[in-house]
Design a protein around this ligand. Structure first.
Ligand code: DGL
Length: 281
């Protein structure tokens, strides 16, 4: 089935600047194994965290257009930085002209929706990239949904490079994890819930736990995003029908295929992944 030259049915697209979105994909596949997925990692241009709004928007739009061209009716921005800096503009300005029947969803809203049930002290900390923290997206979303909750953010600019370069289990990683967790809890000692507001951070979870007092719970967003997507598809059967369901998952990267395979297999605990290199423009 084709529409405006684009295939109408296809896999769910999952996009991240690099490998981080694989932590989201992993949870989505666990929740909805019957669907097809097409993952795109812009590994050649990662990290997005320190980049300007304009550049993150430009790169994210290129990725979304590519996933649409490849038939995805629905794209998940499995990247907080792209969700913070590009999602709204793409939804409001670009989708109506590209194809108003396709959808792009992010990860910040589904994460914020769960916060109300998690915090008792009503003090929440967000660990994220500099871009996400500067955008104040978490703060604004929490203020909309739960005005009684106070949010304190901490930018952790070294965490994504540690994960992307496979250095997340080293002593160097300990230094940077301890520094930011302590700094955040120093800014607001009443925090009882820490949100990992970057899809790369679940890889650092053991270290984050090590430096976080046990009274503080640490929340990774993958399961919340997966549940929210499932709920979205229940509420939108017209979109659900367009998502193909053969349980196939393919991967695209803007960097070398070999490099992607090696790192992605660590994230997914799975060998034999089918990956293809593409260019975005
Ligand atoms: N994993 C991404 C996020 O959730 C982006 C990291 C980056 O490219 O800086 O923010």
């Amino acid at each position: 089935m084709k529409d405006n030259g684009l295939q109408k049915t296809g896999p769910i697209g999952v996009f991240d600047s690099g490998y981080g979105g694989l932590t989201i994909l992993d949870k989505i596949r666990a929740q909805m194994p019957e669907y097809d997925y097409l993952y795109l990692g812009d590994n050649a241009r990662t990290p997005y965290g320190p980049r300007s709004f304009e550049v993150v928007y430009e790169f994210t739009l290129q990725a979304v257009k590519k996933l649409f061209e490849l038939g995805c009716p629905l794209v998940i921005l499995a990247c907080n930085t792209a969700s913070a800096k590009a999602l709204r503009t793409i939804q409001q300005n670009d989708l109506p002209t590209i194809d108003p029947t396709r959808r792009v969803l992010g990860v910040i809203r589904p994460t914020v929706e769960c916060i109300g049930n998690l915090t008792t002290s009503k003090h929440v900390g967000i660990l994220a990239t500099s871009g996400t923290i500067k955008s104040e997206s978490y703060l604004l979303e929490v203020q909309k949904l739960f005005p009684e909750i106070s949010v304190t953010g901490e930018a952790c600019p070294m965490w994504v490079p540690l994960v992307e370069n496979n250095e997340y289990h080293t002593e160097g990683a300990d230094y940077f994890v301890q520094k930011h967790v302590q700094h955040l809890l120093g800014k607001d000692p009443d925090i009882d819930t820490l949100i990992l507001g970057c899809t790369h951070y679940p890889l650092l979870l053991d270290k984050i736990k090590q430096y976080t007092p046990s009274r503080v719970q640490i929340v990774a967003q993958g399961e919340y995003v997966a549940r929210s997507l499932q709920d979205y598809l229940h509420r939108h059967p017209e979109m659900d029908e367009r998502c193909t369901k053969e349980g196939i998952c393919r991967f695209l990267t803007t960097e070398s295929e070999e490099k992607f395979k090696e790192s992605a297999s660590i994230f997914l605990r799975q060998d034999n992944i089918s990956v293809e290199r593409i260019t975005l423009e």
